[in-house]
Design a protein. Structure first.
Length: 100
C-alpha cells in the first residue's frame, strides 16, 4: 500500500482561516459590553441613528466619549466634562450606515 500523495491540493485550503466576526472586533468583554442606538441630536461626532458600542468595564481617559447619567437619563459627553460618579460606560465604537 502506497501512502504517497498525488494530484493537486484542495483549492479550499486557502479558506481554512476563521471567518471575520464583528463580535470579535467590537466586544472586549461580553458581560460589560452594550449596544445603543443614538437617538439624540448630533453632537460629539454622533448622529441620529448611529450605533454605539459601550464598555462598562473600561476605565476611560480624559478625551474618551462616555455615556453618563443626568437626572436618571443616559447622555453622552467627553469624560473630562462629566462628574465621574455619573459615569455609565465608555464608548469604544461608533457604527453608522453609509447607504440607506
Amino acid at each position: 500500500i502506497s501512502t504517497a500523495t498525488t494530484g493537486f491540493g484542495s483549492p479550499a485550503r486557502a479558506y481554512t482561516n476563521k471567518r471575520l466576526d464583528p463580535n470579535d472586533l467590537l466586544i472586549t468583554d461580553p458581560y460589560t459590553t452594550f449596544f445603543f442606538q443614538w437617538e439624540g441630536e448630533s453632537k460629539n461626532d454622533l448622529n441620529f441613528g448611529d450605533y454605539l458600542v459601550v464598555d462598562r468595564g473600561m476605565v476611560p481617559k480624559e478625551d474618551d466619549l462616555v455615556v453618563h447619567t443626568i437626572d436618571g437619563k443616559l447622555s453622552c459627553d467627553f469624560y473630562k466634562n462629566i462628574n465621574p460618579t455619573n459615569l455609565w460606560g465608555t464608548i469604544t465604537w461608533k457604527l453608522c450606515q453609509l447607504k440607506k
